[in-house]
Design a protein around this ligand. Structure first.
Ligand code: UDP
Ligand code: MG
Length: 320
């Protein structure tokens, strides 16, 4: 294995993580120092904290940590909460500008195993541009999150977005990956899909998920649904095709039904008192139409967001 000294940046999205951020930074600084001593990364490696518009003392903690560790702890703060994906994108694009050979993203609660970072770096030195962390299990997730997450990944795979099950945002990206990312202006970028799709050499590292040490999960039903819908519609047009197929099948079904009704009316002369049929059909087609409109609406929403071409986020503060 080569003993290159790469400059590593670790990005940490933080939203109201006052309770845990000091601990997390201490742990990660130790990891950086350890890797430095082993000669795997350069002395200039650093942490980059993206405060996603926290309302608690997260930014104060970041400033304090910056005072303590100097340029080893850098950070930026969004003017409001934009969500974890945008915090990650901001981190990736910022460290590309600040300078680094590779970057690893990890959650502020250190649920992902920070000791895998060394394996990530080894894989990077072995020539991988992307190293993706795969959870060994979902023991720490609630039953609801387990079911929805697994269904989401299965559905994504059926729809042609081949991202591995139990994928996470714990990932290493090389400078080359960052350069490619910087050329994608789309607003609703879904990073797990994106890094999988661009086709750079990728390796996978399995890790154990730990329970969150302090503080609460920042995701709720709505933010998870929004992430899932975004991921689906940003990467796959299969739902649009399914509508077309459903439309054709429905038309064929209606045609058969029409022929049958005409046959009964004119050949058998027994006009059925089709109350039930009408109600069922009305309900069925009403439902189907709304469902289809919903899917179209999803895509329209994507187009709407992209066409506006707004900045992804606005920054409030920065420390280097
Ligand atoms: N996070 C963020 N913005 C948000 C929600 C979450 O930057 O709007 C960060 C959060 O601080 C953490 C990471 O994203 O570092 C993952 O969040 P969390 O641990 O709450 O999610 P879970 O592990 O429950 O999926
Ligand atoms: Mg977590």
């Amino acid at each position: 294995m080569s003993e290159k000294k790469s400059e590593l940046a670790i990005i940490i999205p933080c939203y109201n993580e006052e309770a845990v951020i000091r601990y997390t930074v201490e742990v990660l600084i130790n990891i950086l120092n350890g890797l430095c001593e082993k000669g795997k990364i350069s002395e200039t490696s650093y942490l980059y904290l993206v405060d996603d518009g926290s309302k608690d003392g997260t930014w104060d903690a970041i400033t304090e940590l910056h005072e303590k560790y100097g340029s080893k702890v850098k950070g930026t703060k969004f003017i409001r909460n934009y969500g974890n994906q945008k915090a990650l994108i901001a981190g990736l694009l910022d460290v590309r500008k600040i300078g680094c050979d590779c970057v690893i993203s990890i959650d502020a609660d250190l649920q992902q195993d920070e000791n895998s970072i060394e394996t990530f770096i080894d894989e990077f030195h072995n020539g991988s541009d992307i190293v993706s962390g795969i959870r060994n299990n979902r023991k720490t997730d609630t039953l609801f999150k387990k079911i929805t997450a697994i269904s989401f990944y299965k559905l994504m795979n059926i729809l042609g977005v081949k991202i591995p099950l139990n994928h996470s945002d714990f990932r290493l990206v090389s400078r080359r990956g960052l350069d490619i990312l910087s050329e994608y202006p789309e607003e609703g970028l879904f990073l797990r899909g994106f890094f999988h799709e661009i086709g750079l050499k990728t390796s996978y590292v399995r890790f154990d998920v730990k329970p969150r040490k302090l503080g609460k999960s920042k995701f709720n039903f709505f933010s998870l649904t929004s992430l899932a819908l975004n991921g689906l519609t940003a990467f796959s047009i299969v739902p649009l095709r399914v509508i077309a197929v459903l439309g054709v099948l429905t038309m064929m079904g209606s045609l058969c039904l029409g022929i049958e009704v005409l046959y009964e009316k004119y050949c058998l002369n027994n006009i059925p008192n089709g109350y039930a049929t009408i109600v069922i059909l009305l309900a069925f087609f009403g439902g189907l139409q709304i469902f289809c409109l919903g899917i179209i609406g999803e895509y329209l929403g994507q187009i709407f967001n992209e066409v506006k071409n707004r900045p992804r986020y606005i920054k409030d503060k920065e420390i280097f």
